[in-house]
Design a protein around this ligand. Sequence first.
Ligand code: CMP
Length: 140
Amino acid sequence: MAIETTLSIIKPDAVERNLIGKIISRFEEDGLRPVAIRRQHLSRAEAEGFYAVHKERPFFGELVEFMTRSPVVIMALRGEDAVAKNREIMGATNPAQAADGTIRKLYANSIGENSVHGSDSVENAAIEVAYFFRTTEIAD
Ligand code: CMP
């Protein structure tokens, strides 16, 4: 076990429904602390850059439209095994397959509007945190 930092985004569907507090509580209850946090309305260029690995996927246009629809809350979460723990707390990408008690089971509307994003590996977590936060914006 190691202390890791991962990127979490509370997506437009959840921010629009005033679920920011409930979602952050779930992370805090399970030992993940926000060490950086910002509410931001992503530009098209920011969303396209963030999801560049998906740009050949058929859902890319829909994904960028959705992520730029209204503000998101972007966080760096820190704790023991933060990358895997965040994914466990979020649940499966498709809410129909998400386990009981996970954020996506509780709140997600669909595979596209699935309330939260979380980095999928330690390597990508470092890239994604650096995409949105300078080191001086992260306070342990
Ligand atoms: P996220 O973890 O943010 O990473 C990529 C996102 O693409 C994913 O969550 C989903 O919201 C979205 N996504 C994945 N599959 C589909 C799909 N079949 N249709 C629409 N969006 C999808």
